[in-house]
Design a binder for this molecule. Sequence first.
Ligand SMILES: C[S@@+](CC[C@H](N)C(=O)[O-])C[C@H]1O[C@@H](n2cnc3c(N)ncnc32)[C@H](O)[C@@H]1O
Length: 292
Amino acid sequence: MDIRERIQFTCPHNPSEVLQATDTALSCASNGRMYPVLAGIPILHPDPIRWIADHRDAILAALASSWRLSDSDISIVNAVAEMAGSFEAHGFAEDWDLREGSSDTQLDFSSDEVHSLLNAEKLDGLNAAASRIIQGWGGHVLEVGCGVGRFSREMAQLRESELVVLDNNLKALLHCTAAVKQVRACIGDACALPFQNESFDHLAALNLVDLLECPEDFLDDAYRVTKPGGTCLLSTPDPALGLPDGDSERLQRFALNSGFKLQSRLDGLVWTRHVSPRELQVFSTQVLLLSR
Ligand SMILES: C[S@@+](CC[C@H](N)C(=O)[O-])C[C@H]1O[C@@H](n2cnc3c(N)ncnc32)[C@H](O)[C@@H]1O
């Protein structure tokens, strides 16, 4: 596996065009678009000006709370927000929890039922299944919707590999890059991946697809950036992708329509989210392992 060639970031509007670095941004030579870089993280959202303007306060707060706010970042964020004129104030969703980034979570539950659920997750749940699959990976790996990096740690430890992570939540991404060494990160939209065709040996998107407005666009783009013979690992607590009919074949159908082949499918894997010492959310997930 040759990983000497690092993955290059490209323009989300023209993914064949490799971006050029300037002092504080990456720029696209073919269409002149600029993508600011904040705390070393390129903002490769298709509309970086709108994204920065709409998240202005949340960006500054996230950078400050991670001790990564510089004068230059403040100037960039303010200048871009001014350029945009109007804005809608959005925060970063906090439906994830920092405990998810930590392996030593202590939950304050005593019932046997909860213990057997946690055991089921450990032995045969989503984490265990994803782990078994990821262990066999190497080369160029992309994780889309990495959140705070619950699964990124494992991918970053693979030998002879390069891990790139993408999320649209800067707060989560700052936690991920602080916790996981050897990772390159960018802000982006899962439906407009800023990478050249056939860049990655493996792509993972765990618990992301059901949140997207455009799951089919994401799957088309995931197929585009995966190398022939490469694999794509998906998990979701909602394979019907929001439709009330509960059609658990829907995600698989979309993936096959995008061109992927099904290698294996697992249903009913336990995935828990530790919301607080007294709140544990339990999901039954579907895992698809696809090949290109
Ligand atoms: C439920 S969390 C899952 C995090 C992690 N993969 C895990 O399983 O622990 C979903 C993540 O997807 C990100 N996300 C949602 N929509 C996205 C989009 N359109 N583009 C990129 N990331 C997105 C969220 O910010 C969040 O970090």
